[in-house]
Design a protein around this ligand. Structure first.
Ligand code: AMP
Ligand code: GLY
Length: 428
């Protein structure tokens, strides 16, 4: 049996690695993959990116099922293309992916279905946007409507920063089409968690909870990134918060999307703020697993991942449960110099273990890596690697990861030293 994973990041490496543990598989293709997926025995990189070509490949090679990692091909309708050819694929349709591809769509959807979220207004006109932030005051959050590869959200601490951001997006078009419409919303203060489920259009299977670290700097300082490290489970998601998230967010989304004629299939990621009073509000939806959240989450998955995906594609998620390792998994992202701005690339990475493995309970997932002309592994993006390990508790997993990081190096390597601190402080 052959499988196809689409994408090239740490999340896709983790998805393919996790699937590779399934018995009886012949091959997992990763399109396009990275230097890390190239190094794993069961995986083979494919340099195809066009969705029609990928669908043709899947047909010709009798691929059993396809999993899409990133949002861009989903927003472009890759699931619709595969399904039109009768191919099995796990992900949302183009229409359903709007939950991520348009912040305005997501916010209006939440209002229609009474899903708790920050108050907001949408603007295409800079003047009205400036007037609105003057009225609301700072801090305030400004979001490009479209996909902007993690660069579309600015938490403006001051009015000045808010005005500059509005001009960047609406007047100077710095984010192109994605920023031609903006959502301005209330700043929420609380603890952020990632809640990811698998959905089959009707039923949902929640994955283990997790917490990302979005800011570049220790102590959550500096600009937002795609995520600098994550761990699972997130103790902030207590059983009662879990129940509340299912009741107030996940179930209404699945029901609402079906009612509106866009049944949601695929991973659904709710980025949530847990406020001091215990209430929850949705910050965003993503139509995929989180990156780096997928790395620690999948490291804890004890069930057969392929079976879960099959149940999801067949609309039978109510017939299966997922089993998780009771240990904590924690992953730290090693990023290039200057990330999240314009990262430096092409630096040789030293100290990588053979086939990325540090043993059963620790792995290096590659994100921005490639081979140079002399077949050496080099950095090729902002987030380069995610070193992930299991431990009996957060502190143990954290200690293991930071010890392993000592053995890896590349020029300009930067990473946060405090991944997991909220969980550790909570215990203390
Ligand atoms: P988003 O892509 O909408 O999740 O925004 C990226 C990040 O910006 C989130 O993960 C939060 O850390 C932060 N953020 C987004 N919206 C808000 C908000 N309303 N209040 C505070 N922080 C926010
Ligand atoms: N780590 C956040 C995201 O995947 O959007």
């Amino acid at each position: 049996m052959k499988l196809l994973v689409i994408g090239s990041g740490g999340r896709e490496h983790a998805i393919a690695w996790c699937l590779a543990r399934t018995r009886g598989l012949q091959k997992i293709y990763v399109a396009p993959g990275n230097a890390g997926t190239a190094a794993e025995r069961e995986l083979e990189n494919l340099s195809i990116s066009d969705p029609q070509e990928l669908a043709k490949f899947a047909t010709d090679n009798k691929v059993f099922l396809t999993i899409v990692g990133p949002e861009a091909p989903l927003a472009d309708g890759i699931v619709d293309i595969f399904r039109a050819r009768g191919l099995r694929i796990f992900g949302p349709t183009k229409a359903a992916a709007q939950l991520e591809s348009s912040k305005d769509f997501a916010k209006r959807f939440m209002v229609r279905h009474r899903i708790p979220t920050a108050t907001f207004e949408t603007f295409t006109n800079a003047e009205s946007a400036h007037a609105y932030v003057e009225k609301q005051g700072a801090p305030i959050v400004i979001k490009a409507d479209g996909l902007a590869a993690g660069k579309g959200v600015v938490v403006a601490e001051t009015l000045k920063e808010a005005h500059i951001t509005i001009d960047d997006m609406l007047a100077s078009n710095k984010l192109g089409e994605a920023g031609a419409r903006i959502v301005i919303e209330e700043f929420l203060n609380g603890e952020e968690v990632s809640f990811i489920v698998m959905a089959d259009g009707k039923n949902v299977l929640p994955l283990a909870s997790s917490q990302d670290h979005k800011r570049i700097g220790d102590g959550d300082i500096g600009p937002n990134t795609g995520g600098m490290g994550a761990y699972s489970p997130a103790p902030a998601v207590t059983p009662s918060i879990h129940a509340k998230i299912m009741r107030e967010v996940i179930n209404p989304v699945i029901k609402g999307m079906a009612q509106e004629g866009m049944p949601y299939t695929g991973f659904l990621y709710a980025g949530l703020m847990i406020l001091k009073d215990g209430s929850i509000k949705v910050l965003e939806f993503n139509c995929r697993m989180g990156d780096p959240e997928a790395q620690p989450i999948l490291m804890r998955l004890k069930s057969d991942f392929l079976k879960l995906l099959e149940h999801a594609i067949d609309g039978k998620l109510d017939k299966i449960e997922a089993e998780w390792d009771l240990k904590v998994a924690l992953g730290v992202v090693l990023a290039s110099a200057k990330y999240p701005g314009t990262p430096r690339t092409g630096n040789i990475i030293k100290g990588l273990p053979p086939d990325n493995s540090f043993g059963e309970d620790a792995h290096v997932f590659h994100a921005g890596t490639a081979f140079n002309k002399t077949e050496k592994i080099v950095t090729s993006g902002g987030r380069v690697l995610c070193v992930t390990a299991l431990g009996v508790n957060v502190r143990a997993a954290q200690k293991r990861v930071y010890e392993l990081i000592e053995t890896i190096s590349f020029t300009g390597m930067q990473y946060r030293r405090d991944i997991g601190y909220r969980a550790i402080n909570r215990k203390a």
